[in-house]
Design a protein around this ligand. Sequence first.
Ligand code: MBD
Ligand code: FE
Length: 281
Amino acid sequence: MTATHSPTAAASGANATERFKSDKFAGVEGTPPERVSLLAREVLEAVHATIRKHKVTYEEYNALKSWLISVGEDGEWPLFLDVWVEHVVEDVATEHRQGNKGTIEGPYYVPDAPEQGARGSIPTRDNEPGTALTWTGQVTSTTGAALGGAKVELWHADADGLYSQFAPDIPEWNLRGTFTTDDEGRFEIHTVRPAPYQIPTDGACGKLIAAAGWHAWRPAHLHVKVSAPGHELLTAQLYFPGDEHNDDDIASAVKPELLLAPQPSGDGETIEYNFVLDPAL
Ligand code: MBD
Ligand code: FE
């Protein structure tokens, strides 16, 4: 890897910011003024209360100002919000579900990954590094019905902890694929085990983590979106037992029901994990 092609916080942040703008910006138009006023006022009141409680100084206020400016300059608003805020939004959004509740999406989803059928391999490079992983599963409804034709979109980091389209020099759709369940709702996916993910240390989020003396790690994880007509979209992540950061994920996105149970098999591992979707409201 040459110096000009090393992953940088600013480059991956810029990509995540562009991604968010093209997929999700339209949604912000319709928020009613009463709701904006209520939420903005309460968040600001919480900030004011913290300032009074801890007698925040002008030096600290200016440190905050300069840090907030750098979050934008580094394109790290998607990263910051998804790491430290999204998990609560996700909890609230999925509270009512009888099927899988899931967890946060994070900043690195890209829609329309290549279709691979019900059984196949996620796109990889030749000799993609990492332990081979064969994942079998089934998608059903809370009604008990098998959901044929359901979409399982899978995306994850490579064995270096890097995501295609956000880190340099990785083929566009590497480790990103869409699978469609068979008539019984079943699928079989061949991929490799991802590595744990470290928040970039050279950007604004990394600066906050270092200044606060926190660690910068998420445990290794597989991201999925599972969807079927007439059902709520499920966004989830699956985790591997024994990862040292399952208990202190910087993004607070691990739940016990999202832990896999890999079994050794040949020169790789197999996993079984099923999804239950709630009918749409
Ligand atoms: C990730 O890979 C991720 O999944 C989240 C939630 C935040 C930062 C990086
Ligand atoms: Fe991730």
